[in-house]
Design a protein around this ligand. Structure first.
Ligand SMILES: [Zn+2]
Length: 160
């Protein structure tokens, strides 16, 4: 029997005392979790083995998320976040990988293609300077996980 591809979904932010971006009473940590559960259901139904770094509002720090990744040895680490900005007109989606050419790049390109098909009206905030559409950043979970890791900023809570 073929082993299932394992995806570790990471709903951003520890939740309780650090909810991430907040706008109009909406907490980023809550949206990240709700999308994570729906994404996990879809991936499960499509035959992937899914785990989460958190499934409730219990605090989970960045170091613990990386530790879960080390212990569960997934094939892909998939972090979900929402943005916020002082100017409400700023909007759009972003997909991040760590810096340089990594195994996360093809995964990010795949997710970007899917997002552009599913949300054609969305502003896609890409960085094409290095030959692909993902952005690169030194986010803790991207830098310290061992498997290919991507982080999706699903949109700006500050944009209506
Ligand atoms: Zn965030």
């Amino acid at each position: 029997m073929k082993n299932k591809t394992r995806i570790l979904i990471d709903p951003g932010h520890p939740a309780k005392d650090n909810p991430g971006a907040i706008h109009a009473g909406v907490h980023e940590a809550d949206i990240n979790l709700q999308v994570a559960i729906r994404l996990g259901d879809l991936l499960n139904a499509a035959g992937f083995a899914v785990r989460y770094t958190r499934q409730g509002s219990k605090m989970v720090e960045l170091e613990d998320r990386v530790q879960i990744e080390h212990l569960s040895e997934p094939d892909l680490f998939f972090s979900l976040h929402c943005n916020s900005f002082s100017s409400p007109g700023v909007q759009g989606l972003e997909v991040f990988t760590s810096i340089g050419d990594t195994l996360a790049d093809p995964a990010a390109s795949c997710v970007i293609d899917a997002l552009q098909i599913c949300f054609p009206e969305s502003n896609f905030r890409s960085d094409l300077s290095d030959g692909d559409a993902d952005k690169e950043a030194e986010f803790y979970v991207l830098n310290n996980t061992r498997c290919p890791a991507i982080l999706v900023e699903m949109g700006f809570l500050s944009n209506a």
